[in-house]
Design a binder for this molecule. Structure first.
Ligand code: 5GP
Ligand code: MG
Length: 178
């Protein structure tokens, strides 16, 4: 099995790039069908969602805009549970069809906070698309409209996701070796 060492830990291949692309394509087709006729504003959460955003948007076939924002809530392999300040939201979301793009939804705290902030700005609607989703870790009650792949409650890296800064460049997704 393909392995990768990052800092002090070893990760093993979990989702190959071809399977990631298939999942992203399905998400794109669903968005294309459901938001046909709209001009969505995609709001991508940096850093993790940059690769998902790049691949997803290539398969979106309607006129759309994309903007990047940033939070930092993760230190090492455990969620800190604290959500930092939102930066970079410099587009007017009033009346817009917004699609949040996230790399992974774990507890859901990050997106719950973002939803609170965005709702104050009176968008027409807010949809949520995530490449990965950990249903067993999820503690919030918002609806996730588009999910690439559901995964178990393990720590993963690659395809935009890091372990203390490393691993974002990996084209496949790896899970912590047990
Ligand atoms: P939540 O707020 O849903 O608990 O966590 C969301 C954020 O935590 C994600 O955007 C991601 O940055 C980080 N995160 C959650 N699970 C993982 C994981 O398994 N691996 C990595 N690298 N980051 C994760
Ligand atoms: Mg993230």
């Amino acid at each position: 099995m393909k392995k990768v060492a990052l800092h002090d830990k070893t990760f093993v291949l979990f989702i190959a790039n071809a399977d990631i692309q298939t999942a992203i394509d399905k998400v794109a087709q669903k968005i294309n069908a459901e938001l046909a006729g709209e001009r969505p504003l995609f709001i991508s959460l940096l850093n993790g969602a940059f690769m998902f955003t790049a691949d997803l948007l290539k398969s979106i076939d309607m006129p759309c805009e994309v903007s990047f924002i940033k939070y930092a809530s993760y230190a090492g392999v455990h969620s800190t549970g604290e959500v930092a300040e939102l930066i970079g939201l410099n587009v007017d979301v009033k009346g817009r069809t917004v699609v949040i793009l996230e790399d992974i939804i774990d507890t859901g705290i990050t997106i719950a906070n973002l939803l609170k902030e965005l709702e104050h700005l009176s968008p027409k609607t807010i949809k949520i698309a995530t490449m990965l989703y950990k249903p067993n870790a999820f503690k919030e009650d918002f609806t996730i409209d588009y999910v690439g792949v559901e995964i178990p409650n393990d720590f993963i890296v690659g395809y935009g996701l890091d372990y203390d800064g490393l691993g974002r460049n990996l084209k496949d997704i790896y899970t912590l070796e047990k």
